[in-house]
Design a protein around this ligand. Structure first.
Ligand code: NAP
Length: 255
């Protein structure tokens, strides 16, 4: 019997894989057998070393996801190098913090563009390629990196909450349209993870203590905590899972 969690022979395109959650996911997918195309604006040197150390192929693609400009090129470069692309992980994202009463249009647009608009158009370019390839090699997989703020309101992050709530909706509509076409679309909602994105929170002693006190697991998440969920949603094990946003949050939402 074949291992339903195996990604042998698969090609995964991961955005923002140089650090944090994207790096944890790229390494987990490579551990399960996938070759990795990493698209982002910073050189993913550490990730490349880890993936190649696992005996998998690695391609670095320079791309600034502040606009839709690179989306088609990123898919094309992946296909030029590997002949196909099976898995897309929309991980690259930003956050801007300020009171809603004085939140700027620039901070609204930057977060909505990177975290929602570009994700939609990169996913569209990926899906066109997946449909062109056909589904002989199994189902194509899209994994969106959502947030607890896909479920909750948060505070002082209005564009982030709007984008991540929108991403949960986008995950559902794309699943509705593509489930019969051999493309699974799902999301992962990380809880509070120890990455650059949350550095300001950890540096605020009061916020840090309040957050930790509410996490049943009693600690911040680490990038390697997210890998299992990503492998599941990237693998044949999840072929009948459509449109979900899976929390990986140490129990935060259960509280
Ligand atoms: P991170 O360490 O700040 O990583 C963010 C990644 O996105 C980096 O690779 C970053 O590249 C990339 N990125 C941002 N803007 C980009 C742009 N314009 N073009 C290309 N790449 C860009 O934070 P993280 O926590 O790992 O975040 C990864 C994802 O998880 C994000 O979508 C975030 O919203 C989500 N998330 C995080 C948490 C958490 O607790 N940490 C919780 C829920 C959801 P650079 O290194 O070049 O900036």
């Amino acid at each position: 019997m074949t291992n339903p969690f195996s990604l042998e022979g698969k090609v995964a395109l991961v955005t923002g894989a140089n650090t944090g959650i994207g790096q944890g996911i790229a390494i987990a997918l490579a551990t399960a057998g996938a070759d990795i195309a990493a698209a982002g604006r910073s050189e993913p040197t550490e990730t490349q070393k880890a993936v190649e150390g696992l005996g998998r192929k690695f391609l670095s693609i320079k791309a600034d996801f502040g606009s839709t400009e690179p989306v088609q090129r990123v898919v094309d470069e992946t296909v030029a190098a590997f002949g196909k692309v099976d898995i897309l992980v929309n991980n690259a994202g930003i956050i801007r913090r300020a009171d809603s009463i004085e939140f700027s249009e620039a901070d609204w647009d930057a977060v909505m563009d990177t975290n929602l608009k570009v994700v939609f158009f990169l996913t569209q370019a990926f899906a066109k390629q997946a449909l062109k390839q056909g589904v002989d090699g199994g189902q194509a997989k899209v994994i969106n990196i959502a947030s607890l703020l896909s479920f909750q309101g948060g505070i002082r992050v209005p564009s982030y909450t709007a984008a991540k709530s929108g991403l949960a909706g986008l995950t559902k509509i794309l699943a509705n349209e593509w489930a019969t076409k051999g493309i699974n679309v799902n999301a992962i909602a990380p809880g509070y993870f120890d990455t650059n994105n949350t550095e300001a929170l950890r540096n605020d002693a009061d916020r840090n203590a309040a957050i930790l006190a509410r996490i049943p697991a009693g600690r911040w998440g680490r990038p390697e905590d997210i890998g299992g969920a990503a492998v599941f949603l990237a693998s044949p094990a999840s072929d009948y899972v459509q449109g979900i946003t899976l929390p990986v949050d140490g129990g935060w939402l259960a509280r």
